[in-house]
Ligand binder design. Structure first.
Ligand SMILES: Cc1ncc(C[n+]2csc(CCOP(=O)(O)OP(=O)(O)O)c2C)c(N)n1
Length: 556
């Protein structure tokens, strides 16, 4: 049956057909036709963010926990520019996002019309792909294709810019396109896989190095299976945390700048590095020339551009990690590799990750530890960016993939709260905890009212050191203790701020029994802010100084 629909109605129908049930955004003149059509949808729940960056991170939160592309909406001009940080963040962490923006009518493009910016041009370097749609017919091809591109291969953000006249153009539709789906990648090269298996089978001191790609491809179970079969001590990047439970006997936790010293020292001794869905990021490798100096390298990644980009691989395999590991597993010989595993255990004993004062809930590690004790493995853990992020990465017992939401590549302060709201919207039956800092939370504080409006099950743990802690740390250690612009002279009363936004709030500083107060706050449904003061002199240790080799970590 032929229907006559406008571009806006077509867009909404295509989103419904993609299975989108929740999206976040803010309306404005240039996207009002789409909002008008969205208001008629009985399937899609629209979350009204209070800043477009918040909407972008909410969509990211949904995409990070589900693995499916999520959608954010913004109007032209300032609406679109406000989205850009969240889009760039998604690009660096390979998160599938479809950002839809309104644009001024086609005839006005290039005239400096009201709220006109070149969204297409601005987004080129920070998207996987982008579209400026020129007709309502084109939407039938572009929207499914945007989802397909966002989800296929290495996931990433796609922007669709739709001029207002295209949204209002009515056309006849006889047939709907199939929703855009993730396309299966090309198969891994069999010869390279057997070379890799041979290298693993003959290695004496191999290490498995897992990156975010393992989580994205749903291959965490396979990675653990391979580690167990071949006796592979395993390190994870910040993005891969949760892929292998941190308390698994083969886990060395996080590598790199703030990883455990034993993890970096083991990498220094390894003779084979099996990099899977990882990109040799500088926070992971430290000084690249000194990274795994004795090792041959197998590198498996879905994005061929990552192979040999930072480190030359002896065997490079372009493949979906899940497919590659599935085929590699039977060719890998079972081997406990007890000598090497014992050596790694010795490194663990000799260079443990120090977590001072962990039994004191008023200390930074103690607070994280106590929060973890209030939760089970079903909890979703988000962070903002700073010292608190690294302490949580070091100390929280992450045990499952997609449990951990953090801005790794871009390191965007302000990520935490809206991403956690998105996660809570996508998985309403789970508890979401966002660890944040007093600097970061202010960068998207307005979304507290969205959390209230949506009544999400979100607990925000604010680790308040009255400083931009990570900056303070760098100035203390590397800039002759010249503290400048890193200490706040005025701080808001966060309890009143949260209450003003309609959120319950607890101040652990004044709790007679902080453990009981935490448990109470975490188990109460709905959003809550938990405030705790943290000593500003605390450092994230150990640490690889900028430009240094990972073996030359400083601090505890
Ligand atoms: C948007 C943005 N601006 C600036 C920075 C640089 N930066 C990194 S960490 C940090 C301080 C974070 O302070 P806070 O959120 O209070 O966390 P803390 O380090 O104190 O735990 C800054 C300014 C950043 N990462 N993101």
């Amino acid at each position: 049956m032929t229907e006559t629909l406008t571009g806006a109605q077509i867009t909404v129908r295509l989103l419904e057909r993609q299975g989108i049930r929740t999206l976040a955004g803010i309306p404005g003149g240039a996207i009002l036709p789409i909002y008008d059509a969205l208001g008629q949808s009985s399937l899609i729940h629209h979350v009204l963010a209070r800043h477009e960056q918040g909407a972008g991170f909410m969509a990211q939160g949904m995409a990070r926990v589900t693995g499916q592309p999520a959608v954010c909406l913004a109007s032209s001009g300032p609406g679109a520019t406000n989205l850009l940080t969240a889009i760039a963040d998604a690009k660096l962490d390979s998160i599938p996002l479809v950002a839809i923006t309104g644009q001024v009518p086609k005839a006005m493009i290039g005239t400096d019309a009201f709220q006109e910016v070149d969204t297409y041009g601005l987004s080129i370097p920070i998207t996987k792909h982008n579209f400026l749609v020129s007709s309502a017919e084109e939407l039938l091809e572009v929207i499914p294709r945007a989802f397909e591109i966002a989800a296929s291969g290495r996931p990433g953000p796609v922007l669709v810019d739709i001029p207002k006249d295209v949204q209002m153009q009515a056309i006849d539709i006889a047939e709907w396109p199939t929703p855009g789906q993730r396309q299966s990648p090309a198969e891994a090269d069999g010869w390279a896989l057997s070379e890799a298996a041979g290298m693993i089978n003959t290695a004496k001191r191999p290490i498995l190095y897992l990156g975010g790609g393992v989580v994205h491809s749903g291959a965490s179970g396979l990675a653990i299976e391979m580690a167990e079969k071949a006796g592979l001590p395993t390190v994870m990047t910040l993005m891969a945390l949760g892929a292998m439970p941190v308390d698994h006997p083969l886990s060395l936790g996080m590598l790199g700048m703030h990883g455990a010293r034993y993890a970096n020292l083991a990498l220094d001794e390894c003779d084979l590095l099996i990099a899977v869905g990882a990109r040799f990021d500088d926070r992971a490798t430290g000084k690249v020339a000194a990274f795994c100096p004795q090792a041959r390298i197998i590198h498996i990644d879905i994005d061929p551009a990552e192979l040999d980009k930072i480190k030359m691989a002896h065997v490079g395999i372009t493949a979906d990690v899940q497919e590659a590991l599935t085929r590699l597993l039977p060719a890998v010989v079972a081997n406990e590799r007890s000598d090497w595993c014992q050596r790694v255990d010795t490194l663990k004993t000799e260079h443990p990750l120090q977590m001072p004062d962990i039994d004191n809930p008023r200390s930074h590690f103690g607070l994280i530890h106590t929060v973890a004790a209030c939760l089970d493995d079903d909890a979703i853990i988000a962070t903002d960016v700073g010292q608190h992020q690294m302490w949580v990465a070091q100390a929280y017992p992450l045990r499952s993939p997609r449990q951990w939401l953090t801005s790794g590549g871009l390191g965007t302060m302000g990520f935490g709260v809206p991403a956690a709201i998105g996660a809570a919207l996508a998985e309403p039956q789970r508890t979401v905890v966002c660890f944040t800092g007093d600097g970061s939370i202010l960068m998207n504080i307005q979304e507290l009212v969205t959390a209230d409006e949506e009544n999400v099950n979100l607990k925000i743990v604010l680790m308040d050191n009255a400083t931009l802690g990570l900056v303070h740390q760098q100035q203390t250690l590397f800039y002759g203790q010249r503290l400048f612009a890193s200490q706040f002279k005025a701080s808001p009363d966060f309890i009143k701020v949260a209450q003003g936004f309609g959120i319950a709030a607890v101040d652990l500083d004044h709790a007679a029994n902080p453990c009981a107060a935490l448990m109470e706050a975490i188990s109460r449904p709905g959003p809550c802010l938990i405030h705790a003061s943290i000593d500003a002199e605390q450092k994230v240790y150990p640490m690889v100084p900028p430009g240094a080799a990972n073996r030359d970590m400083i601090g505890a």
